[in-house]
Design a protein around this ligand. Structure first.
Ligand code: NAD
Length: 353
């Protein structure tokens, strides 16, 4: 087990699950560096913030000097890089921010990591790992019956996917050119507690609960490959601990559902758990809207390599994970109320370290 782990983007949806897990399993030092963009939320870390092993540093990964200080102060044995702009719709409206963080921010993190790693002694240096967390969207849309494995052609279609693909290539290049001990993961669509309400599943839940229309892009037949966030976190830990240097691991749960099926499933769960008194099913709130430009039709990832080589396998069935997620949003209204009314951000103005 790595004793000192630096997590970038640890205030985000997946990053906070990583941080909670690392602290929970007794990692002696977990350093969360996060710029606290609109998507970063320290409320997601309330259960660990008092832990002596948890440290938070408010910084932008594009700030090399500040990053250098963090490496010098905390001497990480491993980096888990999750900081990113992550929402496809936003990348269509503001691609520049995606290039800045996902490409240039990753480049800066690689440079600082490489400088730090080169100064380590041989024992520490050979143990050091840089885990880059990426997405299956780099492979673009795959045809019916096809699964993308690690050799699949890169064909990113959205600005988000293109910037993640660029970052993947930089990470690969830093390994081949400078020898940095990297591993990369490409994971499918995550869902679960603490996900920012702009993403499909929480968005549907919160629209439904407030009686507002539930938007359905196009014909609703776009297929996503879903994975419960805790399974992703366990996969990342397996890759960090046991993955081969320079290797890429796809992560998925072989759980393909079209958007309409997911949205209907959520409505049925809400009908059971929070019925609309006398107003019928939540399904009646579903409204077709214009499709997202360039919307990929189907994602499907082949995770045979991580399963056979590292012995990891997703354990959460989709329907059970969906139920857990809906129950979490019903019980934790305090969390999403503060996101929706902005108070989770206002309180952090002036926040440092
Ligand atoms: P998120 O948007 O919830 O969180 C991103 C975090 O990064 C936020 O806390 C934000 O404040 C931080 N951040 C953004 N720009 C930063 C910067 N310049 N410097 C420092 N911190 C910055 O994202 P997520 O869904 O948790 O995704 C985490 C990672 O996993 C991303 O790299 C994403 O590409 C990848 N990924 C996500 C999914 C998914 O389904 N959500 C699937 C596969 C891979």
């Amino acid at each position: 087990m790595f004793k000192r782990v630096l997590v970038t983007g640890g205030a985000g949806f997946i990053g906070s699950a990583v941080v909670r897990k690392l602290v929970g399993v007794g990692t002696p030092c977990v350093v969360n560096v996060d710029a606290l963009t609109y998507a970063g939320n320290l409320d997601s870390l309330l259960t660990v913030e008092q832990s002596p092993s948890y440290h938070f540093v408010h910084l932008d990964i594009a700030d090399g000097d500040a990053l250098g200080d963090v490496f010098a102060n905390y001497r990480p044995e491993a980096v888990m890089h999750l900081a990113a702009e992550s929402h496809v719709d936003r990348s269509i409206d503001t691609p520049a921010q995606f290039v800045r963080t996902n490409v240039d921010g990753t480049r800066m993190l690689l440079e600082v990591s490489t400088r730090y790693w080169r100064d380590l002694g041989s024992a520490e240096g050979s143990r050091f790992r840089f885990l880059h967390v990426s997405t299956d969207e780099v492979y673009g849309s795959v045809g019916a019956g096809v699964e993308a494995d690690e050799r699949a052609r890169y064909a990113p279609n959205s600005p988000y996917a293109a910037t993640k693909a660029a970052a993947d290539h930089l990470v690969r290049a830093w390994h081949h050119t400078y020898g940095l001990p990297v591993v990369t993961t490409n994971c499918s669509n995550n869902f679960g507690p603490f996900q920012f309400p702009e993403k499909l599943i929480p968005h549907v839940i919160l629209q439904a609960l407030s009686g507002k229309p539930i938007p359905l892009y196009g014909d609703g037949k776009h297929i996503r490959d879903w994975i419960f966030v805790d399974d992703h976190v366990d996969a990342l830990r397996a890759v960090l601990e046991r993955g081969r240097i320079g290797e890429v691991y796809n992560i998925g749960a072989r759980c393909r559902r079209d958007n309409l099926t997911v949205i209907r499933g959520l409505c049925v769960l809400l009908d059971e758990l929070r019925p609309r008194e006398g107003r019928g099913s939540y399904v009646q709130l579903i409204r077709q809207v214009d499709d997202r430009p360039g919307h990929d039709r189907r994602y499907a990832i082949d995770s045979t390599r991580i399963e056979t080589e590292l012995g990891w396998k997703a354990v959460e069935p989709f329907e059970r994970g969906l139920r857990k997620t809906v129950e979490w949003y019903l019980v934790n209204q305090w969390w999403w109320d503060r996101v929706l009314n902005g108070s989770y951000r206002l309180e952090r103005i002036g926040l440092e370290v």
